[in-house]
Design a protein around this ligand. Structure first.
Ligand code: HEC
Length: 260
């Protein structure tokens, strides 16, 4: 190949690349920067491959120095429930309100795409985060952050974790002020009435405490809120305000339904 052909190829690649980026930028601006839709599989595959390539070689071959056992998993579960579950869900599926609305969505970590990553790749992602996504960096630089290695052990355990175990983690999830108040009220109720009598009496008192303090209602409300798609706007005021954004006719659905 002579030097003229080579110059032509280089110019072709440069102009082609610049054109591609220009079109991509125009498409981005036209489409908007909303996170409502999930990225296309092409975009996901490209970003994932770039991300995996960017992980230093030294990390890729690292193996988890922590052996998985019930104590390690219990610690990691508490850590996960408190720091990761709001985006990744207790069961690692990513099926929670925040997770469902991030761009890109957190992957279902029980699936092979995550499970096929090496221990070192998972560890590196936890410690360093992922740019331009919701994934924050959690660790200090270095490869001896034991808390992150325990999380790697937990991620490996996710595919075999039962639904019951995931549900039990709910009590470790961060509490809303409402849930915190319920718990405080229940504790005060029990301290005020329980005098160390028989176990049966205490169980009866627990039931009464639950009724008096409405224990579980706030958690139930939170669960229902998380299951609801945020796009379903129930209140007519909200609907009217946001209707133009969704291209919906500007009508009050509630007064329409009732008034006709
Ligand atoms: C604010 C939301 C958020 C929180 C909190 C969060 N993550 Fe993530 N995480 C994400 C998103 C979004 C991705 C997808 C990144 C991508 O596509 O490259 C991700 C990706 C990952 C991945 C890579 C999985 C894969 O297959 O590519 C791992 C591992 C991970 N997170 C672990 C954790 C751990 C452990 C915690 C808690 C210590 C945590 N994350 C907390 C949003 C979050």
């Amino acid at each position: 190949m002579n030097s003229r052909t080579l110059t032509k190829i280089v110019w072709g690649l440069l102009v082609g690349g610049a054109l591609f980026f220009l079109l991509y930028a125009v498409a981005l601006v036209h489409h908007g920067f909303s996170t409502r839709t999930a990225p296309s599989s092409l975009e996901l595959a490209l970003a994932r491959s770039l991300r995996t390539r960017s992980i230093p070689k030294h990390y890729k071959t690292l193996q988890n120095p922590i052996a998985s056992n019930p104590k390690v998993l219990a610690e990691a579960k508490a850590h996960w429930a408190d720091h990761c579950a709001q985006c990744h869900a207790n069961d690692g599926s990513g099926d929670v309100e925040i997770g469902r609305n991030l761009y890109p969505r957190p992957p279902d970590m029980r699936k092979s795409a995550t499970q096929q990553l090496t221990d070192g790749e998972i560890y590196y992602t936890i410690d360093n985060g992922v740019r331009l996504t919701g994934m924050p960096a959690f660790g200090a630089p270095g490869d001896d952050d034991l808390a992150s290695w325990k999380l790697v052990a937990f991620i490996r355990y996710l595919p075999q974790m039962s639904a019951g175990e995931a549900a039990a983690m709910e009590k470790l999830n961060p509490k809303t002020p409402e849930e915190f108040e319920e718990e405080k009220c229940e504790e005060e109720f029990l301290n005020g009435t329980s005098g160390g009598e028989s176990a049966w009496l205490q169980i009866g008192e627990m039931d009464r405490a639950h009724r008096v303090c409405g224990v579980g209602k706030a958690a139930g409300r939170r669960r229902r809120r998380q299951q609801r798609r945020p796009r379903v706007l129930r209140s007519s005021a909200k609907y009217l305000k946001l209707a133009p954004m969704y291209g919906a006719p500007l009508q009050d659905p509630v007064s329409n339904a009732g008034g006709a």
